[in-house]
Design a protein around this ligand. Structure first.
Ligand code: ADP
Length: 396
C-alpha cells in the first residue's frame, strides 16, 4: 500500500511517499519545491519525480494522499477530505490564515488531478480532542467559545508520534497500542499497567509542550492559534489580552501592524534582535550579547513553566521527551530546562546530554525517577499511518 503525504505551504510543496507493503514502513521517496507559483504544475512535477525515481508507476497505485491539515469547524481526527470537510476548514480560515487557505486550494487541486485517489486529512487538533474541557476552555463568555475561541492545540502529529514511541521505548506496549488506535476507537483501548505520564516537548521553529497521560493528551501549551504558549522563532507566544489594544493606542500603530510585529518580529528574534534561528542566538551569546542571552532565558523559563504545569497536573512524570530541531539538537537548552530539578527526581546526565544530537537516547542518569529522552519526531509518518488506518477501518 503506497501513501503519499503532501505538505502544503502557500508557496511550497513537500512530499514523502511511504510503502506499507508486507507489514513494513518504507520511505520510498521525499522531495519538495519552494517558491511555487503554479501549483498544478508543482503537483505534476512531483508525480514526474516519483515516476522517474521508480517509486511509482502510475498515480492509480496510490492508496491515498494524506495531508497534515490544521483545523476545521466541528471536524477533527483523521478523515476523508470531501467538500463538507473542506467547507469546515474554510469556516475556520480566520483561525489559521496562513495554513487553511493554501491547504484547501492544494487539496482541491490534488482531487482534480487524481479523482480516483482518496484524500485524507489528519488534523493537527486531533490529538487534543480527548483532553478535559477544564484544560482547554478559556474563561470567555459562551458566545466567544461558540465561534472557536478555545484551546485547540497544534503539533498533534508530532506529539502523537512521541506518545507512541516513548511508550514503546519505556516498555509499555499497552499504551503504545492505545495511541495507535486513538482515532479509530477514541482512546477506548484499555491499558494493562499503571498510568504512563509523559511530557512531550516539541521545541523547533515553533514550539509546544503537551502533557500525555497513558497515551492521551491532557493539555497543551498552544491555544486557539499556534501563536500562544512558548515564545516561537519570530512569534510572540503567550501574551496578555490587553497588550494589543494598549500597544495600538500607545505606539500609534494599526491592529494589522501589531499583528505583523507579533507574528514576524517577536519571539527569539524579537527579544534577541539577532535572528529567528536559535543557533545564531547562541553564537551571539558567546560573543557577549546580553539581549541574546535574555531571549534564551525567556525561552527556557517558558518551557519550564509548561512542563511544570503538566508535571503538577499528572502528579509527576515518568518521562520528559525532547523532540524537533531544538529539542533534538540543542543540549544547552535541554540542560537549562532540567537544571536544579534533582529534588523532583529529574537528573540529567550532563555528558550524555552534551553529546546527543537527533538520535533516540536516554539522557537521564540511571538514578533519575523521571526518564529524560530524545526522540526524533516523524510527523509525515504519523499522517501516513493514520491514513492507512482510516482506509483499513472503513474497509472493515
Ligand atoms: P519547524 O518544523 O517548526 O520549522 P524544526 O523542528 O525543523 O522546526 O526546527 C527548526 C529549528 O531548530 C531551527 O530554527 C533551529 O533554530 C533549530 N535547530 C536546528 N538544528 C539545530 C542544531 N543543530 N542546534 C540547535 N538548534 C537547531
Amino acid at each position: 500500500m503506497k501513501i503519499l503525504v503532501a505538505n502544503i505551504g502557500s508557496t511550497s510543496l513537500k512530499w514523502r511517499l511511504f510503502d506499507f507493503s508486507n507489514n513494513a514502513e518504507r520511505l520510498l521517496h521525499k522531495g519538495g519545491f519552494e517558491r511555487v507559483a503554479d501549483y498544478p504544475k508543482a503537483i505534476e512535477d512531483c508525480l514526474a519525480q516519483l515516476k522517474d525515481a521508480g517509486a511509482l508507476a502510475n498515480e492509480s497505485e496510490l492508496a491515498a494522499v494524506g495531508f497534515k491539515t490544521v483545523i476545521a469547524k466541528d471536524v477533527t481526527g483523521c478523515v476523508r477530505l470531501d467538500e463538507r470537510v473542506l467547507g469546515a476548514m474554510e469556516a475556520y480560515n480566520g483561525l489559521a490564515p496562513a495554513h487553511n487557505p493554501p491547504y484547501i486550494t492544494g487539496i482541491r487541486l490534488f482531487g482534480k488531478r487524481m479523482p480516483g485517489v482518496p484524500l485524507v486529512g489528519l488534523f493537527e487538533t486531533a490529538f487534543y480532542q480527548f483532553a478535559p474541557e477544564a484544560m482547554m476552555r478559556y474563561a470567555v463568555p459562551d458566545a466567544w467559545r461558540d465561534i472557536g475561541i478555545r484551546r485547540w492545540g497544534f503539533h498533534g502529529a508530532s506529539h502523537k508520534f512521541i506518545a507512541e514511541r516513548s511508550a514503546e521505548l519505556l516498555g509499555r506496549n499497552d499504551v503504545a497500542e492505545r495511541v495507535r488506535k486513538l482515532y479509530v476507537d477514541g482512546g477506548k483501548t484499555s491499558v494493562n499497567g499503571t498510568s504512563l505520564r509523559v511530557i512531550s516537548c516539541h521545541l523547533g521553529g515553533s514550539s509546544s509542550v503537551t502533557g500525555i497521560n497513558s497515551g492521551v493528551a491532557i493539555g497543551t501549551s498552544m491555544g486557539m492559534s499556534p501563536q500562544s504558549g512558548l515564545p516561537q522563532n519570530n512569534r510572540v507566544g503567550d501574551l496578555d489580552a490587553e497588550a494589543i489594544p494598549y500597544a495600538v493606542k500607545t505606539l500609534g500603530i494599526t491592529n494589522e501592524e501589531a499583528q505583523r510585529q507579533l507574528t514576524k518580529e517577536s519571539g527569539l528574534k524579537g527579544i534577541s534582535g539577532v535572528s529567528n534561528d536559535i543557533r545564531d542566538v547562541h553564537k551571539a551569546v558567546a560573543d557577549g550579547n546580553a539581549k541574546a542571552k535574555l531571549a534564551l532565558d525567556v525561552y527556557v523559563a517558558s518551557a519550564r513553566h509548561w512542563i511544570g504545569s503538566y508535571f503538577f497536573e499528572m502528579g509527576g512524570a515518568d518521562a520528559i521527551v525532547f523532540t524537533a530541531g531544538i529539542g533534538e539538537n540543542d543540549f544547552a537548552i535541554r540542560s537549562g530546562i532540567c537544571a536544579g530539578l534533582e529534588g523532583l527526581g529529574i537528573e540529567l546526565d550532563a555528558a550524555l546530554n552534551a553529546s546527543t544530537r537527533a538520535t533516540e537516547t536516554v539522557l537521564s542518569k540511571p538514578s533519575s525517577r523521571v526518564k529524560l529522552l530524545v526522540i526524533p519526531t516523524n510527523e509525515e509518518l504519523v499522517v501516513a499511518r493514520e491514513t492507512k488506518r482510516l482506509l483499513e477501518s472503513s474497509r472493515n
